[in-house]
Design a protein around this ligand. Sequence first.
Ligand code: FES
Length: 359
Amino acid sequence: MRRTTSSSLGGLRAALVRVAAAATTPLLPDDYLDLVAPLRRGTHRARLLAVVPETSSSATLVLRPSAGWTAHAPGQNVRLGVDVDGVRLWRSYSLTSPVRPDGSITVTVSVVPDGAVSTHLVRAAEVGDIVELEGPDGDFVLSSPLPQRALFVTAGSGITPVIGMLRASLAGLDDVVVVHSARTADDVLFGRELRAWASDGRIRLVERHTAADGRLTTDELEQLVPDLADRETWACGPNGLVDAVVGLFEDRGWSHRLHVERFRPVAAVLGEGGSVTFARTGATVDADGSRPLLVEGEDAGVLLRSGCRMGICYGCVVPLEEGAVRDVRDGAITVAAPGDGVLIQTCINAPAGPCVIDA
Ligand code: FES
């Protein structure tokens, strides 16, 4: 009797894949699998289960991730990739709930001016849509053990990671103050939920409506929260707010108790090529967008790791620190804001605007 070993099974599987590939050419077997099982294990996608309006310009997306989704810590974010007018665009969004009993997750998206992805997700996305999903990522999370006294200072969409933390952990937090700024009362994301917690005595909520009252100052913050010195603090929102809180905590010597997350505007300029800066060497080249970054770098004397040079081995992966690149195989655009460090393959990506590569 012949024994079937794991290596012969592997060989058989490989042979079947080759036969399937030959039979389905020019498409690959995975292309057909994507039609019938787009969320199978090993893929990084999600199906849109629901779009729940939050305010006039924001909505919560309920997503079912691919099989094997890694549980996230409340406060972390994911990257969503969506196709808008034939171009794949990526943006990061905070997770706004723990993994739900049915395995779904949520992100809450607010429309930003000229924001192609946010506008698409809030106004045009439909139940059943499949989006690319990467992550979770980020260290803007609750400390362990949970603090005895917590303060959350947020503005606008800065409440999104915080609502994820509160939904997951409010039962374990004894003393919570939330100071949140929004243009008007109607613009307060999750306003009903926050106010319900406040009326139940589970949090102390301070709403600042900036259209009437102007922006919160750090002097006002100290008056609103007299025991600021004793509170573990999380601040999230536009740079102006976060910078002010960081400055206050530095001045007082409390920085070790402050956790911050900034909203970074994605200001990538899309085009056919652009200046490519290789950050480690300091070299900058002007590229017309017709050649991969690997080739541009080599011609400029920048030593870049590589292998197959055709997008297969991942031997050329480097962080895209900032800017936009285009996958020369399918035109997919990858955009990174400063500090994102999105990983890209230099052998199959060409500049699609000014960009900075960590190489
Ligand atoms: S060199 Fe192999 S994937 Fe780029």
